[in-house]
Design a protein around this ligand. Structure first.
Ligand code: URP
Ligand code: ZN
Ligand code: ZN
Ligand code: ZN
Length: 494
């Protein structure tokens, strides 16, 4: 084909791509350069690469060329609260790709407490994938089989993180004892423990209290699980992680209370990662009081979207490195599903959309506002995630040898984000606004351009993630110091 051809066949079958004239941005550096892609990999990053016959050219003059986004937190087709989240691995990934996210890490759930079964189920769900993905695995109880399965998943199945729910009493919640056993096993395996930090017992109490007051609508949701319960659980998990001397990853940090705990721990040198999500960074709880149930219910997620002030604090913490990366917690339920809780907020399936909007919203909230640099944008949307989950620089970088997951972002673009045009199957959208990602290249193929998606069902790949990422470096030395500081038993004569 000809240089500069728009020919789709060519782009798909002979994916040699030259992105010309853009500003190539990595987490540590930016430069004006061209990027040459072939065989699904980035081959060359250099100024003035010569255009050649058979190479598709994309003009990125005046635009940013960046690693595709990696969303560390999604729930595709997740059975939850009597429903199943309405995006599957295909529709959710279409949404992701059209918003510049080229990889996501989804939370696989155990099946009746069985991790191996749950993993197999998630493998099946993901067969329809059209982009790269990985899995975290949840742990919802503790016994020998769970410990064995964790080992199998880490050593043979490419899992290097496990999530523990401290909330959702009666379904996913674990006790402190189970948390402790899980943390110890994670540490031994070099896998990152993750927590959903809310005090589940107190949440159940708060729900009964608020419902008992006659508050049955969506506003009962934030009222029943206030920030103090998120702060308490975050602090508890952090202290247990310190006791075990394991790194810890706190998912969806939503409040100042939780943020303060993460901040304090990091100040003291503890290896704690804090992940805010887009909803927490960009929104406040006011819509939960909307008189229209359909509108209010779409904002119900846990921990709840907080009152004015919390999101600003989260943004500031993200800009100064107290928090490290941004997820979405994409777990969409459509209006019909949300209506299950029409007369009882406790029955509204918890979850919001975001996988399609994350890159745009983070750009607006963090870069357009002047809070962070463009290099930091790449770090918090892609590189930090790749490093934490040990897949850098295969992912998270525009470097020779990295996977060709690349986006072209136009800071001056105005593409509409709307429930009418988005790619997720959810029939509402908590973010209506403007988009900036003009081109998405996934596995070396142009999949999003001119607001058109070109994806192939089944082309997605599972990306195995190795244990003992950087968060574990040197922990053995700390353990050795601890052991040698223990004195020999006191010898007493009786
Ligand atoms: O409301 C939420 N966050 N739904 C998904 C499950 C979870 O807690 O991450
Ligand atoms: Zn051709
Ligand atoms: Zn959660
Ligand atoms: Zn989640």
């Amino acid at each position: 084909c000809l240089v500069g051809s728009e020919n789709f066949e060519c782009a798909q079958k002979s994916p040699k791509i030259l992105i010309k004239g853009g500003t190539v941005v990595n987490a540590d550096h930016q430069q004006i350069a061209d990027v040459y892609i072939e065989d699904g990999k980035i081959q060359i990053v250099a100024p003035d690469i010569k255009e050649m016959e058979g190479v598709r050219v994309i003009d990125a003059t005046g635009k940013f060329v960046m690693p595709g986004g990696i969303d560390p937190h999604t729930h595709m087709e997740m059975p939850f609260m009597g429903e199943e989240s309405c995006d599957d691995f295909f529709s959710g990934q279409e949404a992701a790709l059209s918003g510049g996210t080229t990889m996501h890490i989804d939370f696989a759930l155990p099946h009746n407490g069985d991790l191996a079964e749950g993993f197999r189920l998630w493998v099946q769900k993901a067969e329809k994938s059209c982009m790269d993905y990985g899995f975290h695995m949840a742990v919802t109880k503790w016994n020998d089989k769970v410990a064995q399965d964790m080992e199998w998943l880490v050593k043979e199945k490419g899992i290097n993180s496990f999530k523990f729910f401290m909330a959702y009493k009666g379904s996913l919640m674990v006790s402190d004892e189970e948390l402790l056993q899980g943390f110890k096993k994670c540490k031994e395996l070099g896998a990152v423990p993750q927590v959903h930090a809310e005090n589940g017992d107190a949440v159940a109490e708060g729900q009964a209290r608020i419902f008992g007051l006659g508050i049955t609508g969506p506003e009962g949701h934030p009222l029943s699980r206030p920030p103090v319960l998120e702060g308490e659980a975050t602090g508890r998990a952090i202290k247990l992680a310190k006791f075990v001397n394991t790194p810890l990853y706190v998912v969806h940090v939503m409040s100042i209370d939780a943020l303060d705990e993460v901040s304090r721990a990091r100040h003291s040198g503890q290896r704690v990662i804090g992940e805010p999500v887009v909803s927490g960074l960009a929104l406040n709880d006011s819509k939960l009081w909307d008189p229209d149930f359909r509108t209010a219910a779409m904002y119900v997620m846990s921990p709840p979207i907080r009152a004015v002030g919390h999101s600003q604090a989260l943004q500031d913490a993200l800009s100064t490195g107290i928090l490290q990366l941004v997820g979405t917690d994409h777990c969409p339920f459509n209006s019909k599903q949300k209506a299950l809780g029409k007369h009882d907020f406790r029955k509204i399936p918890n979850g919001v959309n975001g996988v399609e909007e994350r890159m745009h919203i983070v750009w607006d909230v963090m870069v357009n506002s002047g809070k962070i640099s463009v290099t930091d944008y790449v770090r918090i949307t892609s590189t930090a995630c790749a490093k934490i989950f040990n897949i850098y620089p295969q992912k998270g970088a525009v470097l020779p040898g990295s996977d060709a997951d690349v986006i072209v972002l136009n800071p001056n673009a105005e593409t509409k984000i709307s429930a009418k045009t988005h790619h997720s199957r959810i029939d509402t959208n908590i973010y209506e606004g403007w988009g900036k990602v003009e081109v998405t290249i996934s596995q070396g193929r142009v999949v999003w351009e001119n607001e058109q998606l070109t994806v192939e069902r089944g082309s997605g790949r599972y990306i195995p993630m190795k244990p003992f990422g950087y968060l574990f470096d040197g922990l053995d030395k700390v353990d050795a110091t601890y052991m040698s500081s223990m004195q020999a038993p006191v010898n007493r004569n009786f």
